[in-house]
Design a protein around this ligand. Structure first.
Ligand code: SOE
Length: 382
């Protein structure tokens, strides 16, 4: 199978690196925002093709699947173009800017029967797959609560800037959409319960940021001089608190922030049921904590020899050999390309479907409405 990536930014690079480590798929080419950027990325990554523009990529008959890692405002039109050209699509989250767009993408994926996934890669930490297997096996009993956070610090200072802070590039929500939806997707995937209702509080710590004259890549760091910046109004959230109810009866709460000093990319959850609790921290992803009321608590290690069969398929190294963030991409892609290889129309897998990606945008709509009216809002799909 042959793949191409649109965008040469932070995520484009992460997808490329993971695809190059995945057997059975060849990354053929890449396309940046100018022919020069495409050329330099293709050279750096040792790829056969540097596409001059999006049309050149999407009309390439060699390509089976397209990875969309561009700014969010382009996801919808590129996913439409790609599916119309008969390409399978793996799109970065959020799937689109509005739920109207994401609903249309769900419809198009069904109509074309192509494999269509959203890159909620954090599902693929082996111990989160293990948590899912254990919940489904009944080890935790009946799940009654989910709790946690997703925190970063790369947007702490008012001089920290990236396209994601602008509503016109990212969408009206930022911290909640960019990282909060990862958390909600992950917890829903583990528990099998879906959020039906939400109460949200949002805060923009820096309503004005200093934008460097020139673009800054995600996570690329600091700007040295105030002279090299200009003020820009920011309406997107730096911090979000969500309280929610799930369709299986569980209650939930998550705190999301991109301005917590020292928390680089830290997702944590506690899932509790009638028989036990599982706790996970993405900054130490090779161990999880298993809590019991009536027995000793345990530390669970990532170890394919000891973990469930469904976890093993997405674990390449033995116990004691750490796997981390880049591997979650590789494993998400394994699941996506397994589905393509199965040859089944519209095949799914462990990866998030367009339907699930759409659900996250419906959640974002409800979060915005809830924060505006300061009250509970039911999700449109509920
Ligand atoms: C930036 O906040 C970012 O790259 C997100 O867009 C990713 O989805 C997250 O996993 C890491 O941080």
């Amino acid at each position: 199978m042959k793949a191409a990536i649109t965008s040469t930014g932070f995520m484009g690079g992460v997808h490329a690196e993971a695809l190059k480590r995945l057997q059975g798929v060849t990354l053929v080419g890449i396309q940046g925002s100018s022919p020069e950027k495409s050329e330099s990325a293709a050279t750096r990554l040792e790829l056969e093709k540097a596409y001059d523009d999006w049309n050149a990529l999407v009309s390439d008959p060699d390509i089976d699947a397209v990875h969309i890692t561009t700014p969010n405002r382009l996801h919808f039109s590129q996913a439409v173009d790609a599916m119309k050209a008969g390409k399978h699509v793996l799109c970065e989250k959020p799937l689109a800017m509005t739920s109207k767009e994401s609903a249309e993408l769900v419809r198009l994926a069904e109509e074309t029967g192509l494999v269509a996934g959203v890159n909620y890669n954090l599902r693929f930490y082996p111990l989160s797959l293990e948590a899912k297997a254990r919940v489904h096996r009944g080890d935790l009993g009946s799940v009654h609560s989910v709790f946690g956070s997703y925190q970063q610090d790369w947007l702490l200072h008012e001089t920290d800037y990236n396209w994601r802070v602008l509503a016109e590039e990212q969408g009206a929500l930022r911290a909640v959409a960019d990282i909060g939806t990862h958390w909600v997707d992950l917890v829903q995937n583990i528990t099998g319960q879906k959020v039906t209702e939400v109460l949200a509080d949002l805060h923009t710590l820096h309503p004005v940021r200093r934008r460097p004259k020139g673009e800054v890549e995600t996570f690329s760091g600091k700007v040295d001089s105030a002279d090299a910046t200009e003020p820009v109004d920011v309406t997107t959230d730096d911090i979000g608190c969500l309280i929610f109810r799930l369709d299986g009866g569980a209650r939930g709460m998550v705190f999301v922030s991109q301005v917590t000093p020292g928390k680089k990319n830290c997702l944590r959850y506690e899932i509790a049921g009638s028989k036990g609790t599982i706790e996970f921290n993405s900054e130490e992803p090779n161990t999880a904590w298993i809590g019991s009321r009536d027995e000793a608590n345990q530390i669970l290690l990532k170890d394919p020899g000891l973990n469930a069969e469904s976890t093993r398929h997405f674990t390449d190294y033995p116990g004691g050999h750490a796997e981390g963030f880049p591997d979650t991409f590789k494993m998400c892609f394994r699941s996506f390309y397994d589905a393509i290889a199965s040859g089944e129309k519209g095949a799914g897998g462990e990866f998030a479907s367009f339907e699930e990606g759409h659900r996250e945008i419906v959640l974002c709509d409800a979060v915005i409405e809830s924060a505006e009216k300061q009250g509970w809002v039911k999700l449109e799909t509920a």
